[in-house]
Design a protein around this ligand. Structure first.
Ligand code: PLP
Length: 375
């Protein structure tokens, strides 16, 4: 089956009583226990609605098992700690999502977990591995510079050493990239972004083999970041249009990246789909499309004034919604870093990150062009 069909049909729990085509919402937190080994309970991650949406993400990621969480960080922290404990070492990209970065610097030591941050390339990741490395955590493409890593190279290297690989696939989505097919062990998502897709849900996902899921589920059941069945239903509903949305948004992003690259007020565009992009070839080999996130730098133009001049592309910190949003990483996601640190990793004050929506491409181009002209 193709992604559009999987997104629509997999995981749907048919309503046998009334013949409804949608999954009914099962809200009971008290359920029968007699004759059941594993009673249904919201924090056990086994409600019918949690199962349905878990099945959908598993199918999209070509995984045996999928689990839905109440946030992306719930999914990420649980997956890492399911496989790294006291005395273990974790290799992480320094370009990881801010919350994941903070999780390591603020909490790993407290739990006796060692870590090394590495630069965003496969060689640096492999060079950082020690004898006690148990887990490697990566992202590709990264936020906000869209750097692309050779996923298969890292996965194969880790497999030989019995190291668990975890990838945050939020930016690419399973529509554009399925890392388990490249040898990665565990895929995590902030479902708050593209899976939810309408900027109105907070949730997370994990997809992996049944075997790898055992520990993740066991830890999840005691940490407790489970998702309410009503939200599960909304997420399931949103995911039906995931492929449609992401394909259209990715198409827009490529056109917009080309438009920006040719614009004289723009000095740099970061988008894996551009032939000029460092990492374009790797992206082409491991992604079916290049995603809907891009970032760019204006030449000698106040980015604050530019954002203020946009008509419908709204300034917002999150991403992945069906509507276009824009933000300045220097004053949002990377505000806690010093300017020197930011410049070291390439996040300049003039860098803008655009989450490209499904508006018509002509309107998107016009909004940007007008805002630039009016400064
Ligand atoms: C937003 C985000 C997260 C965190 O997800 P929450 O749902 O906010 O907990 C993790 N990784 C990436 C890449 C994100 O964009």
């Amino acid at each position: 089956m193709k992604k559009q069909t999987i997104a629509l049909h997999k995981g749907t729990l048919r309503d046998e009583t009334y013949g409804g085509v949608n999954t009914p919402i099962y809200i009971s937190s008290a359920n029968a226990y007699i004759g059941r080994e594993d009673p249904v309970y919201p924090r056990y991650f086994n409600l019918p609605n949690q199962d349905a949406v878990g099945h959908k993400i598993a199918s999209l990621e070509n995984a045996e098992a999928g689990l839905v969480f109440s946030s992306g960080m719930g999914a990420i922290s649980t997956s890492i700690f399911a496989y790294a404990g006291n005395g273990d070492h974790v290799v992480m990209l320094d370009a990881l999502y801010g919350g994941t970065h903070h999780f390591a610097t603020a909490w790993f030591e407290h739990f006796g977990v060692q870590y090394t941050f590495t630069q965003t390339n496969a060689q640096s990741v492999m060079d950082a591995v020690q004898d006690n490395t148990r887990v490697i955590v990566i992202e590709s493409p990264t936020n906000p510079l869209l750097a692309v890593l050779d996923i298969e190279k890292i996965a194969q290297f880790a497999r030989q050493k019995d190291i668990i690989t975890i990838i945050d696939n939020t930016f690419a989505t399973p529509v554009n990239q399925t890392p388990l097919d490249l040898g990665i062990d565990i895929v995590v998502h902030s479902g708050t972004k593209y899976l939810g897709g309408h900027s109105d849900l907070c949730c997370g996902m994990v997809a992996c083999s049944k075997e790898k899921m055992k520990k993740v589920l066991d830890l999840a059941r005691v940490l407790g970041p489970s998702l309410d069945p009503r939200c599960c239903y909304l997420l399931e509903r949103s995911m039906k249009t995931l492929a449609l949305r992401v394909k259209e948004q990715s198409r827009n992003a490529l056109k917009l990246a080309q438009f920006l690259e040719a614009h004289k007020a723009v000095s740099k565009v970061h988008y894996p789909g551009l032939e000029s992009f460092n990492g374009h070839e790797i992206a082409k080999s491991q992604m079916s499309d290049f995603g809907a996130m891009l970032s760019f730098e204006l030449s000698g133009i106040d980015s604050g004034k530019f954002i203020a001049g946009l008509k419908f592309i709204s300034p917002a910190v999150s991403l992945g919604g069906i509507e276009s949003t824009i933000c300045s990483p220097a004053v949002t996601s990377h505000a806690k870093m010093t300017q020197t640190e930011r410049e070291r990793i390439g996040v300049t004050d003039s860098l803008l990150r655009l989450s490209v929506g499904a508006e018509h491409i002509d309107d998107l181009q016009q909004d940007i062009d007008n805002a630039l002209k009016n400064i």
